[in-house]
Structures are given as C-alpha cells and as structure tokens.
Design a protein around this ligand. Structure first.
Ligand SMILES: *Cc1c(COP(=O)(O)O)cnc(C)c1O
Length: 354
C-alpha cells in the first residue's frame, strides 16, 4: 500500500456504532417519521420519478423551495450537497493550495478535521474555554499566525450543544483573512442564525442540513453565500450530486414544512422538560443546549454508557475523544417515551451506585 498517502493510512474510518435493537440516541436524528398519509403521497411521487434520466444538476425546484422556506435573501446564492459533509469537502478542495489551513475550535464536529486531512489542508484546532464558549483571544492569535483560508464554527456547536456568543463570532468573521462558515446544522432548535448577516460580510457562508430536521436518510445539505463563492463551489461539485429521489423527497418535505416545525417544536419542548428532570441528578452535569441533544458530564462515562446499552439505549460516549470531554456522554433528545426511558435508567443507575 505504499502508494497510499501516509496521512490516509493513519486515519480511522468514521465509526458508526451498530444500533440494531437499541433505542438510537447517538446521532441527533429526528425520532418522528412522516405521518402515514404523507408517506403514501411521497411514495406516489417517488414512484413517478424519472430514474432513467440524470437528475437536474442544479436541483432548481428544490433550491427554490429552500429559498422560500428559509427566507434566503435574493442577493445570496445556494449550492446543495449530498449532506453538509459533502459541502465541507467541497470547501476544503476549493482552498487546498499548498500550506493552506483550515481552522476550527475543539471540541467540535470531527468531520472538519477528517476532511481537512483527506484534502491535504492543514488543520488547526483551537480549544474552547472551559465553559465551551469561544476563546476569542486565542482564536484571534491563531488567525493572525496561521492566516486560515477556511474557518468553521458550528452554531450551535456539536458536541457541546451551546451556541457561541454572537459578538464573539462577529469578531472572528471580521478578523478572518479567508472564508468563515457558520455551520447551522441545528438551526431548527436554536434561537439565532447568521443567515441574515450574509449580505453584510463578503467572507461569510452559512451552511445548513435537513439531516437533524428529520431527513438524515436523504443526505441533503446546503450552503448560502455570495455569488462569487457559490460559483466557485459549483466548479468543484460533482454534476449530479443530488439524486432525483432526494430532490423530490426534499421538495416534498419542504412543502410540508409545518409538519416538520411541529416535530422540532416538540423536540425543543422535550429538551426543556429534560433539563427539569436532570436537575434531580446533581452528580450529572448537564450543559446548556440549543440543539436536539444534551451533553452530560458524569462520574464514570464508560460505565454509564455500558449501563445504558444493557438497558437497550444507545448514546454517544465522548470519553477519550478530547481532553475537555472527559466523562462526557451526548444524548439525543428523542420521543417523550424514549426520554422517559433515559431518565428512568438514570434513576436506576443512581439508586444502584449511590
Ligand atoms: C450532523 C452535523 C453535520 C452533518 O450533516 P449532514 O448534512 O448529515 O452531512 C454537519 N455539521 C454539524 C455540526 C453536525 O453536527
């Protein structure tokens, strides 16, 4: 295998834990499916898809629907990706000159680092403060030293769940010599967005996905920004990256945006209820969340993770992935029944290990 680049040899493939038979609370999926009547309608639409033809390379109808649903300003352009993961990859390829750098914070979404490595862009990770807010001084210093071509900030952040302070992010955008991507994968559960700020900053892009909204299986992400950057990304994008079934299902989903909004509101409410329950467990520290998951610091994460699994619940064990995530678990907010099972399991654990 000597022809494979050594940094690829050193990587481990993105790990997805097997979840068969378990309540799946490890990947921030929406636990609700479409109502049966909409499922039937969708089946009919998909049955008529012209799968013998190549799909519309620009996914024009889906893009128009996205503009409408998310009130995207006319002067902004959009490009779609096969999940936002693919968009992160396109961005990395766009800037991948020798010695180009991608900067983000840690702990954050691990795909930024994996993709940087694969695309031969140097990765710079700046630690968050202990409370998981931005260390603005450290970031400004790193920007000055490294002159990153690309900065990613997940807003709200994964896996910490908090949304950074807007004023802090604005300082980063103003100081950045290159592109700044605000990754709003969790916008549906958050209080704020940078979408309306794009016209004001020539180097700002806002990325979103339908994954956490209820369509992780469709693989549909998009990024919004000034025409100049979107046109450049379109040169890199594979011509038919969004297949016809995803285009049609995405259009359909957005047409029923009210149903999605109902589901995300239930999840957001359930998150509030969760925090109320977690207040009864002083040994577990729950970090504030504007996303559809909760980061929990516990006395022994490996032990509690195994206990959850034995109880039929799969959460994400973050222990060992970053020094600031020692003894942390990340738990997706699920249905009311799933959340109750989590709390009941915590209750049993607490009684047995008091
Ligand atoms: C889940 C997640 C994504 C990935 O979204 P896809 O569209 O499913 O590829 C991107 N960014 C963050 C911060 C995420 O948590």
């Amino acid at each position: 295998m000597s022809f494979v680049r050594s940094e690829i040899d050193a990587l481990t493939a993105y790990h997805v834990a097997p979840a068969q038979g378990l309540i799946k609370l490890d990947a921030m999926e929406n636990p609700y499916s479409l109502p049966p009547t909409l499922q039937k309608e969708l089946a009919q639409i998909l049955a008529q898809a012209t799968i013998n033809r190549y799909p519309d390379p620009t996914a024009n109808r889906l893009t128009t629907k996205l503009r409408e649903c998310f009130s995207i300003a006319e002067e902004c352009e959009i490009v779609l990706g096969n999940g936002s993961d693919e968009i992160i990859q396109m961005l990395a390829m766009l800037v991948a000159k020798p010695h180009a750098k991608l900067l983000t914070v840690e702990p954050s979404f691990t795909m930024y680092q994996i993709i940087a490595t694969v695309c031969q862009v140097e990765y710079i990770g700046v630690n968050l403060r202990e409370d998981f807010n931005l260390d603005v001084a450290a970031l400004l210093a790193a920007i000055k030293t490294h002159q990153p071509a690309l900065i990613f900030l997940a807003y709200p952040n994964n896996p910490t769940g908090n949304a950074f302070h807007r004023h802090d992010i604005e300082q980063i955008i103003n100081a950045a010599p290159g592109l700044v991507v605000i990754d709003e994968a969790y916008f549906a559960f958050a209080e704020d967005t940078f979408l309306a700020d794009i016209p004001q900053y020539p180097n700002l892009l806002v990325m979103r996905t339908l994954s956490k909204l209820g369509f992780a299986g469709l693989r549909l992400g998009f990024i919004v920004g000034h025409a100049r950057w979107i046109q450049a990304l379109n040169k890199i994008r594979m011509p038919y990256n969004i297949n016809i079934l995803s285009q049609l299902a995405g259009e359909f989903a957005l047409h029923h945006h009210d149903v999605l909004r109902g589901q995300t509101q239930r999840i957001t409410q359930a998150r509030t209820d969760y925090f109320a329950c977690l207040a009864n467990f002083p040994a577990f520290q729950a970090y504030p969340s504007q996303a559809n998951f909760i980061l929990l610091r516990v006395p022994d994460a490996n032990h509690l993770f195994a206990y959850f699994k034995a109880a039929g619940i799969l959460v994400k064990n973050l222990h060992g992935t970053h020094p600031q995530l020692t003894n942390c678990l990340r738990i997706t907010v699920g249905t009311l029944d799933e959340n109750k099972q989590v709390i009941d399991t915590l209750q049993r654990y607490k009684q047995q290990h008091a």
